[in-house]
Design a protein around this ligand. Structure first.
Ligand SMILES: [Zn+2]
Length: 69
């Protein structure tokens, strides 16, 4: 939660605009989703998972092809 002086209320981080502006008065409050985004090593894990699943997908297609022979 981030306090907005202009609206005189708490604003949930999830309600902020992608640039971190208040949904009520459009005052800049924080680097909401940019600063709070996932760390770089998360994307390493995602890339590894995508490569692994892609490889498993290729293996599955090759296996399927072998069943047709
Ligand atoms: Zn506001």
């Amino acid at each position: 939660m981030i306090w907005c002086d202009k609206c005189d209320r708490d604003v949930d981080v999830g309600l902020l605009s992608p640039e971190g502006h208040c949904p009520g008065c459009d005052t800049w409050l924080a680097d909401s989703r940019g600063r709070a985004s996932v760390p770089w090593h998360f994307w390493v894990v995602v890339a590894a998972a995508v490569i692994y699943l892609g490889w498993r997908g290729v293996q599955g297609i090759l296996w399927f092809g072998q069943q047709l022979l």
